[in-house]
Design a protein around this ligand. Structure first.
Ligand SMILES: [Zn+2]
Length: 330
């Protein structure tokens, strides 16, 4: 009997698919070498002048319904009724005069351990790191959220600039998502892109700064503001892995949202994760994306954005102004 070559090929693909571990989308679209972080990538750089150019698309195609009441406000954690879920989140900040990095040691470790995580990516960061942004979006264990276009300070920006910071990032994600589709077709695994949402539904305010007008704007666009209740404090240059680990393990509780950085500004982050992840697992915790956490309980939200106490991030208004340019260039 002569076998139909198309059928054989399909069968082979099905066998391969069945043999793939769950969440292997990224692993099937890219080779291990393409996914692996490179030594030069974490190092951030400074641009000679702010890059104010618009993304290729400035108005997102996707239009979402306004947020339901339970998702409004600045979400700090989720009441899971004691279920030991935790969301690790990593910001990928990039100001207009920055070329931020990509900390592959963090992502590689999370992938190797099958740890779910959320990356709040600046829109301009996604544009300057298209390959990495596509890999993050294409990994079923990961979620990509928005961290504004150029790290705007939503305590200071006027309404039109707030809207631009949000909309440009939504539009840039759509371009990344379309890039993922194209790659999946080219690499003969169209289903490998299926797990990635078409649009972003979660947002993190840069500098932990917001105000009622900003929260209302996001809510009207159907985007949830997700801040944190546990800060790795990894942006401080003096932090070492043992201090990060100690503080995270002390503060995490069921439904916690942990803030770290994966743009090269996190210090000791990857090293600390190697202790934090096994220790939390030993305590019975499971790692989930922010969206999965929000769906697993009752979000605990505040009308204000802050780090540990209301008002404690207001200091950034004087230091960073509108937030989009590093102070030394002003
Ligand atoms: Zn940031």
């Amino acid at each position: 009997m002569r076998r139909n070559p198309y059928f054989s090929c399909l069968l082979f693909a099905l066998v391969l698919y069945a043999a793939m571990p769950a969440g292997a989308g990224a692993a099937s679209l890219w080779t291990p070498a393409e996914l692996a972080g490179r030594p030069e990538e974490p190092h951030p750089g400074r641009l000679g002048a702010p890059d104010l150019s618009a993304p290729e698309r400035t108005t997102p195609l996707a239009v979402a319904a306004a947020l339901p009441p339970e998702l409004r406000g600045s979400i700090r954690r989720v009441d899971t009724g004691g279920e030991k879920l935790v969301a690790l989140t990593f910001d990928l900040c990039e100001l207009s005069d920055q070329r931020a990095g990509y900390d592959g040691a963090i992502v590689d470790y999370l992938r190797a351990e099958g740890v779910a995580a959320t990356f709040f990516a600046g829109g301009k960061w996604m544009r300057s790191h298209p390959e990495r942004a596509t890999q993050l979006a294409g990994d079923p264990n990961f979620e990509v959220g928005s961290h504004a276009w150029t790290h705007g300070n939503f305590g200071v920006l006027d309404a039109s600039r707030m809207r631009q910071q949000i909309a440009w990032t939504q539009a840039q994600y759509e371009l990344i998502r379309e890039n993922l589709d194209r790659l999946a077709r080219e690499r003969s695994c169209p289903a490998c892109a299926d797990a990635a949402p078409r649009t972003i539904r979660v947002f993190r305010f840069p500098y932990g700064r917001c105000r009622a007008e900003a929260l209302d704007m996001l809510a009207s666009m159907g985007i949830a503001a997700v801040q944190w209740d546990v800060n790795m404090m990894d942006a401080a240059k003096t932090r070492d892995a043992s201090a990060v680990t100690r503080d995270v393990l002390k503060n995490v509780k069921p439904g916690s949202i942990v803030l770290g950085h994966a743009n090269g500004f996190g210090h000791a982050t990857a090293e600390a994760l190697r202790s934090i992840v096994p220790a939390l697992r030993a305590k019975g915790y499971r790692f989930v994306t922010v969206s999965a956490l929000l769906a697993a309980g009752r979000p605990v939200a505040s009308p204000e954005c802050f780090d540990s106490r209301p008002g404690d991030t207001a200091v950034y208004d004087a230091q960073f102004g509108d937030g989009t340019v590093h102070p030394r260039r002003k």
